[in-house]
Design a protein around this ligand. Structure first.
Ligand SMILES: N[C@@H](CCC(=O)N[C@@H](CS)C(=O)NCC(=O)O)C(=O)O
Length: 207
């Protein structure tokens, strides 16, 4: 298997599952800072020009959450996705909640603070997105009270995807009102299989 990745990005989600599964994989760095994701060879794999991409034999898979689901289903004996259909539906729920309700506000903030050209950035979008995140994080904060994992009593893929997303939020001081989420995220990153935190990954590419 090959993972096309760049350290401080959503490719952390895929790397985390691969490390947790203990699966051998080849890391293919695509340097976003150098624009390698816009080269024709990369665009043939992912026409969106985004990371991560997982290649497994003749499967070329994009979308971090799809990659995570694929890996958990490929190695069912590792138990990262429940076999019980109701428990599994809760994993789907929290994966989608994370990708739509938590990550999207974070992405809007990133676009309007760093990614869009200066003249297109809207400060009001940043304030709105921060509040959208805070409102949805409060729901998860409540859910996590007294819980070690998001679904049931064992770790699932929902935990890895969510912990990475909470680390992203923490980078921009959005977890200050969520002590349970902060503790949970730090507990997840204390696992021996955990990847670099975003700040560490950023430091690794900046030398
Ligand atoms: N929904 C996609 C989003 C992927 C994405 O936006 N990746 C970013 C890095 S975190 C990227 O490659 N950005 C390059 C660009 O947008 O030009 C996923 O979860 O895989």
């Amino acid at each position: 298997m090959k993972l096309y990745e760049f350290a401080p990005t959503r490719s952390i989600r895929a790397r985390w599952i691969l490390q947790e599964l203990g699966v051998d994989f080849e890391s293919m760095t695509v340097n976003l800072a150098a624009g390698e994701h816009r080269l024709p060879e990369f665009l043939k794999m992912n026409p969106c020009g985004k990371l991560p991409v997982l290649v497994d034999d003749d499967l070329v898979l994009t979308e971090s959450v799809a990659i995570v689901l694929y890996l958990a289903e490929k190695y069912p004996h590792k138990g990262l996705i429940p076999t019980d259909i109701q428990q599994r539906s809760q994993v789907y729920r929290w994966l989608l909640f994370t990708a739509t309700e938590l990550e999207q506000p974070l992405w809007r903030i990133a676009r309007h603070t760093m990614l869009y050209p200066q003249h297109l950035r809207l400060p009001a979008e940043v304030s709105l997105a921060r509040q959208d995140f805070i409102d949805m994080a409060a729901v998860m904060e409540e859910h996590m009270q007294g819980c070690q994992f998001i679904v049931g009593n064992t770790v699932t893929i929902a935990d890895f995807v969510c912990a990475y997303t909470l680390d992203w939020a923490n980078e921009i001081q959005l977890l200050e009102g969520c002590p349970h989420l902060l503790q949970y995220m730090e507990r997840m990153y204390a696992r021996s299989s955990a990847p670099l935190r975003i700040a560490e990954a950023l430091a690794s590419i900046n030398g």
